[in-house]
Design a protein around this ligand. Sequence first.
Ligand code: SF4
Length: 245
Amino acid sequence: MSLNVNQIFQSISGEVGGFPQGTWTTFIRLQGCNLRCSWCDAQEAQKQGEGYSVPITKVLDYCETHHVLITGGEPLLQASGVSQLVERLILAGKEVQIETNGSYSLPNSHFVASIPMSRKPIHWVIDHKCLSSDMSEQMPSPWELAREIAFLHKYGDEAYIKWVVNTETDLHFALPSIRKLMCEVRIENEELLPKLRGKLLISPVDAHEQPEKVMRVVEHIRQQDPELLDYVVFSVQLHKILKLL
Ligand code: SF4
């Protein structure tokens, strides 16, 4: 089986998520996305049918690092191939993170069928698109998202949810959305709520160029809902500060 790949490269991990920022990582950027976010910074990976068809065995050859991050595009458009790749990576003892755009429900049946439960966790970073992306209507409800998180934990995986905020309006959208998600997670499984600490990520767009954006968000939360500060982590894209890929 092959995967449709946009590019594979090694670099440091610049985003907050399952891997600490600064981790030396192999990035597998898959080709093709079902969304068209207004601020997309991976437009070259959007179009399906472009990119390179690479056999999974060959993709594995490129994974020279312990940490492997699968991103896109949207990896779950190629869920069958991605689950086979992840299975092989986990058997090889690698740490795996998958970044998904939030529009596909998890855990995907391909992963449930092919990857055993007693294994290393997969780190899932699930975007929850805000209004300025123009894609927020494609996102699951807080109730659906809470069920996804509960399922992923049942399979031993870790779920990180990320809100990319670009405008004040996004912030007014993101905070109630985080609150509603926490309520639904509490209803779904009360013991799961403390596990969300540090896994609700807020990433202000272009904070590498305008660092004041981060403290503006912090101050807003402090005024509106200070308890959230114990759950959220702020992300500044380190790879952009360092002018890496
Ligand atoms: S989901 Fe990601 S790759 Fe797809 S359009 Fe949005 S930002 Fe771009």
